[in-house]
Ligand binder design. Structure first.
Ligand SMILES: NC(=O)c1ccc[n+]([C@@H]2O[C@H](COP(=O)([O-])OP(=O)(O)OC[C@H]3O[C@@H](n4cnc5c(N)ncnc54)[C@H](O)[C@@H]3O)[C@@H](O)[C@H]2O)c1
Length: 268
């Protein structure tokens, strides 16, 4: 089995350290990479020197994203609910890029609304299978290689819904995102001392197909300190920080990227 490519910063002189891209030589899986936030992450990571395996359900979109990114990107079909497909994605990285991933960015997720008293329990279960079990399967797939390599960065995209506040009629989505956030913090402890860091990004409203489908009124943004919708690049920049060595002392955190929404409404 191929291990994560070892990295020895001591081999680099100060000049090369200053000049190098922030993810030079790194190998990343980006789940949900065929569109929205995941695509933004894949684009930025390739620009910063990483080799990126774009993993997602829709094949034509995923392949198109990877093709546009050039020779340091590939596409592998992935349903995050299937541990076998996660293992395929890890092996595809080793085959295409010469080593298993030392970065996982788990953006794949689904929005499942529904009031708690009437929501179909099967819908609730589906939200947990994708947003929670999908995250667990991803962590378990990349962990062996990261352990062998002695380092890894896992970044999970959760949501303000459930993590920082409750959301009316979003029971399955909010509860599953809260569970994913808790899973991230527990994983950070379980990987303590291994060189593997696990963090989550908690986005506010980001302009993607998911939020467009939910339909957000323009007035929503008026009370925010930064009164605009977030862009996938806002989340990609946060993922870049958490995946790079710049965050080498950061694990188990929920990084809010929300235009200041959590700080409170701007009144008057
Ligand atoms: N857009 C927002 O405002 C917002 C806010 C907070 C959190 N988020 C979270 O950010 C992440 C990305 O969302 P987005 O806004 O880019 O939405 P999106 O719908 O554009 O992207 C989600 C991606 O996940 C993929 N996906 C869904 N189910 C999958 C499965 N079973 N296996 C593999 N891939 C699967 C989809 O194909 C899609 O490419 C999600 O986890 C979402 O919950 C989004």
């Amino acid at each position: 089995m191929t291990s994560v490519r070892p990295h020895d910063a001591s081999e680099e002189g100060p000049r090369s350290r200053a000049g190098r891209l922030r993810l030079d030589g790194r190998i990343a899986i980006v789940s949900g990479g065929a569109g929205g936030i995941g695509q933004g992450v894949a684009e930025l990571f390739v620009a910063e020197g990483a080799s990126v395996m774009v993993c997602d359900l829709p094949e034509s979109e995923g392949k198109a994203v990877a093709q546009n990114l050039g020779p340091t990107a590939g596409y592998t079909a992935l349903d995050v609910r299937d541990p076998g497909q996660w293992r395929n994605a890890v092996e595809a990285c080793a085959a295409a890029f010469g080593a298993e991933p030392d970065i996982l960015v788990q953006t794949a997720g689904i929005m499942v609304p529904g009031p708690v008293d009437t929501v179909d329990p099967e819908q609730f279960r589906t939200a947990f299978e994708v947003n929670v079990m999908g995250t667990l399967h991803g962590i378990q797939a990349v962990a062996p290689g990261m352990r062998r390599g002695g380092r890894g960065a896992i970044v999970v995209v959760t949501s303000m819904a459930g993590v920082t506040f409750a959301c009316k009629s979003l029971g399955p989505y909010a509860a599953s995102k809260a569970a994913a956030s808790s899973l991230v913090r527990t994983a950070a402890l379980d990987f303590g001392g291994t060189g593997i860091r696990v963090n989550s990004i908690v986005p506010g409203q980001i302009d993607t197909p998911m939020s467009r489908a939910a339909g957000v009124p323009a007035e929503f943004f008026d009370q925010m300190p930064i009164p605009r919708s977030g862009q996938p690049s806002d989340i990609a920049n946060a993922a870049l920080y958490l995946a790079s060595d710049e965050s080498s002392w950061v694990t188990g955190t929920d990084l809010l990227v929300d235009g200041g929404m959590e700080a409170g409404p701007v009144l008057g």
